[in-house]
Design a protein around this ligand. Sequence first.
Ligand SMILES: [Zn+2]
Length: 376
Amino acid sequence: MATEPEGSNRLLQDVLARPGNDACADCGNPEPDWASLTLGVFVCQACSLLHRSIPHISRVKPLQESWEASEVELMSSAGNRAARVKYEQKVPPFYYRPTHTDCKLLREQWIRARYERNEFEFIEKQEPYSAGYREGFLWKRGRDNGQFLSRKFILSEREGALKYFNKQDARDPKAVMKIETLNATFQPAKIGNPCGLQITYLKDNSTRNIFVYHSDAKETVDWFNAIRAARFHYLQVAFPGASDEELVPKLTRNFMKEGFMEKTGPKHTEGFKKRWFTMDDRRLMYFKDPLDAYARGEVFIGSKENSYTVLPGLPPTTQGYHWPHGITIVTPDRKFLFACETEAEQRDWIASFQRVINRPMRPQEYAVEAHFKHKP
Ligand SMILES: [Zn+2]
């Protein structure tokens, strides 16, 4: 009998080699090294930790432990493909599927939605984000004082907007954010709350930020997916004939990179100032503080065909004290000079700028570029 677990583990390797079992059932991370015996799925270590928070649903075991023949048999008759068929029967196309680089909130709620709440087996459980209308209270960061206050929010697909109200009995909303320009991205570290959601929208062609959270993790993720649903339905109308695969990547965007750099003004003699930068596709925005309501300025970054270039280092004539690792962005109008604290930051920023410069511009991006050229 002493040899049996070894033989079982060899059989387990065969099960693991089957199509579908080569990536984590929940986040797609390659080479899962844990399994849930109760759900019959292979998962990565990070997801196995989240499964432990639902012990009544999932019992996990590392693959390197010794396995009983009956346990291997169980995994053999189940597996990630079978789980997908059962637990993902009716995932709406707009519903966000996290990857291993997403925040814990998104990964944990995806696991709970699949296995604990069975949201994708019963369509009526999807009402919170599928009805086209949602209202409720969220904690919203005050624009200037940084204090979080409870505010009523209404998301209405019919009106094409997300609105919030400052006073409970107020008839007019404090802000109307058009679904057309809305973006939502989880920013727990920046906001300082595990459920922290950053919502950005355009107002008079300037980007505005609001920072919200709900104390309940499910509610927060429901808001996020309701915004994605509203964006999806808006884009279906705006781009008739476009496939789901074309529209889904446009629903919400994560920022390409964020962090502090130093910048100097147009004359390059003003001295360098430390600012928080956010790279949102082709828009490089800068803020005094990461949680500012609106950007101090923006730099549009076009493509190499349109004379945009990024170079490491600063022109030799650059004056004043600054961080050691320079970056120069050349646009058709002027040069933008930045300085990074570390070489790794410089490398990351250059890679982000290079990604958009290497990509040809889409027709609608020329309109954005034109707007920036006419800005003082
Ligand atoms: Zn995983």
